[in-house]
Design a binder for this molecule. Sequence first.
Ligand code: TXD
Length: 319
Amino acid sequence: MARAKIALIGAGMIGGTLAHIAAREALGDVVLFDIAEGTPQGKGLDIAEASAVFGQDVALKGANDYADIAGADVCIVTAGVPRKPGMSRDDLIGINLKVMKAVGEGIKQYAPNAFVICITNPLDAMVWALQKFSGLPKEKVVGMAGVLDSARFAYFLAEKTGVSIQDIHAWTLGGHGDDMVPMVRHSTVGGLPLPDAVAAGLLTQADLDAIVERTRKGGGEIVALLKTGSAFYAPAESAIAMARSYLLDQKRVLPSAVYVSGEYGLNDLYVGVPAMIGANGVEKIIEFTTNDEEKAMLATSVASVNGLIEACKVADPSL
Ligand code: TXD
């Protein structure tokens, strides 16, 4: 059977890292696409040369023409600009919306059967726009943010409690902004929901509150340290987990920005919820029970996402 074809639209920091991981684990042949000339070709060649050392038979290609993504099984979109210190994700709308239009049209023409994972910020609005511009089925277009936000939450919990990262399951729902919703009651350390973990003395309530706050600001913490861009290793790993679940029909439940129609009482927008990803794309949305406090936090986060979508409609009236 032919290897899967993975098209990476955007060959910057995340795009290059995605190519490296995809090649190392032979998830498929990789096409790196970018408007910058030389960058995708150079990164593709560099990783292809590395394949002689890591020993995987995968093909890598750099491209500046959408024709090269033809027939891709998965497209992962990072094209656009990232945040600089002091910028919010929302400041990126003007530039990145235009980029989504070009990318959506390229995917529509050359890879209409692909599973598309958008990473570009502001995430929930960009994936919404990308689905519209591409015209692909909603269950085949998703956004990556929740896996990353939940990974940050899990790491901070592991660091504080000393419990193996493998035995921590953390969940964040809602939009990929500072009002995202870390789901304290549904996240577990060694099987204990976090309120029980506090009662058992694994961490204090003050520790937990600080971790929730740090998770919400996790992206900004990295931006402030790097100064020239935003996180890329953890975002790339997160998107690969989603691509793998699709390509291998794993049916993993991963917090993802997906199109909701009625779930969580939400309609007609993309927002982060636990989604089962398999060979058909988004196959199911898992609905957590939510108490009044969680419902209110989710409503605040959804209001931010809706505000971004409205801003997109103003910037591009065709949406
Ligand atoms: O959780 C999440 N969703 C995120 C999102 C976590 C971290 C970063 N997140 C966002 O991903 C970030 O705010 C950016 O919007 C994207 C990509 O981040 P990255 O760090 O990879 O940005 P780079 O290194 O600037 O790469 C962007 C590339 C760069 O090579 C540009 O030349 C290219 O995008 N670019 C384009 N490619 C194709 N087509 C067009 N129009 C285009 N415009 C720019």
